[in-house]
Design a protein. Sequence first.
Length: 561
Amino acid sequence: MFRAKFIAAGLLAASLTACAGYSGGYANSAEPQAREEAVRAHMKFLADDLLEGRDTGSRGHDIASAYIAAHFEALGLAAYGEDDYYQWMPARQTRLVANSASFVVHKEGNEIELEYPKAFFTGPSAAATEQSITAEMVFVGYGLVSDTFAIDDYAGLDVDGKIVVMLNGRPEHLPSEEAAHLSRLKTELAADRGAVGIVTLHTPEREAVRPYETSLMYLNAPSVRWLNEAGEVQGHTSIEGSAYLHYEAADVLFEGAAQSWQDVLATLEQKESPQGFALPGQATLARQSTHEDLQSPNVIAVLEGSDPELKDEYVVYTAHSDHLGLARDMSTDNKVFNGLLDNASGVAIMLETARMFADAKARGEGPRRSVMFVALTAEEKGLLGADYFAENPPVPASQMVANVNLDMPVLLYPFADVVAFGSAHSSLGDVVERAAGRYGIESSPDPMPEQAIFTRSDHYMLVKRGIPAVFLMTGFTSQDEEEDGGAVWGQFFAEQYHRPMDDIPSLTEAYGEIRYDFGALFAQINYAIGEEIANTSERPYWLDDSYFGNLFRDDDQRQRH
């Protein structure tokens, strides 16, 4: 097994040994010191039952936001919201009316009604309270288009006014992060071509990764979309109906078509991408939704930089403060989604990082660039708070030089490495490696590229605006030679992630002591990342061969590099 790498002599006062805790030791004793007790206290408060899971728009999330704002104020950070520290995101919360969803296939005078939710499920609509569309169907493969990868699943197909039927996921040969970005464009690509509905096909391959029944746990959860200044749903498209269809119920769509559903599955088994074709008959997709307007805050604070020329540039730390609220349909006495690791841990570490920067400034050693701290709402609803922040930034996006995102560090084992999502796309990868190395921690490659984590947290919304970003995760190697960090991480993801068991009692029972000491170490590394970015004259930059850099960087960045 991997033998833990000890810190070089003099780097730590106490070594990070196989079972020891991180007790605070630094390459330079003058550096601010991350405090285990502060990380623990913040996590305990934010994940307390009294906050009822911090759901977007709830009183519990408002309490969490007030707590964060109060700590920013106590540190002397400047308020950068429109309302003191608050940037209020107006939003519409929607719910599917019980028993209102229907999916009917019309073929040769017959009507085949699919069973909800055994065969299909759908979500509510933010655009209308009642929707029903009947249209022809067209199979469009994965529904992807990319000039970079020479893909056009819509080539030769007319989908105007029709329901597109597409496979979940993406072709196996595509790089995971790039493929995940393209997959997020599927609705937009369909709408741009005039489609009015989307049916997404669950596949046996997807079943092995995320069983269909897992999605049914969230059937009655509300959906949220943010509203623009005109009170309209942001990103509203022509898509009026949608359904997610179990692969065992998909045969009926393909009966009488150029290929059967089994032919399509056989193509997938050969690791090939199926071509699109028209499907016979029509389908009706219908649903009813309830609407409720709400608002929920991002909390924004800034520590001003000391350099007259650089202080108008910002290093942006982000962490989402929301979670999933209360369980409504689970047969358990534990109804609170406490979100201790997702993401009370990330917010706690951001607050401690902010304190470290404030301490450095108080000693006259503050950063040259300004440092912005943002507690984002509605991450669990689809990165909405981050999208709203990026669309309505308190300073021009061109002045944000980098984003350091903090989301769900798994503090259940003494990690010996970190994984920096986004490190392959910008100069921030070298920054992370140096920062982690100062504390004897390795920087490892993505151990689960199939999960495409880089596009699944808040930093992605800043990346889309051209801002280089990095998102650190606790790595899969434990300093305890008797412990498999990857197995612990996987167990948490399978058994406690997005469940009421992501709380102190449940995690302590399952894994033993929660490693708040390594939360302090994680804060120390993230502070070191931001410190280097803030004090280096050259801005972080996209690498020339970065897919995301070539998509999103602006002309100024191209000229500099």
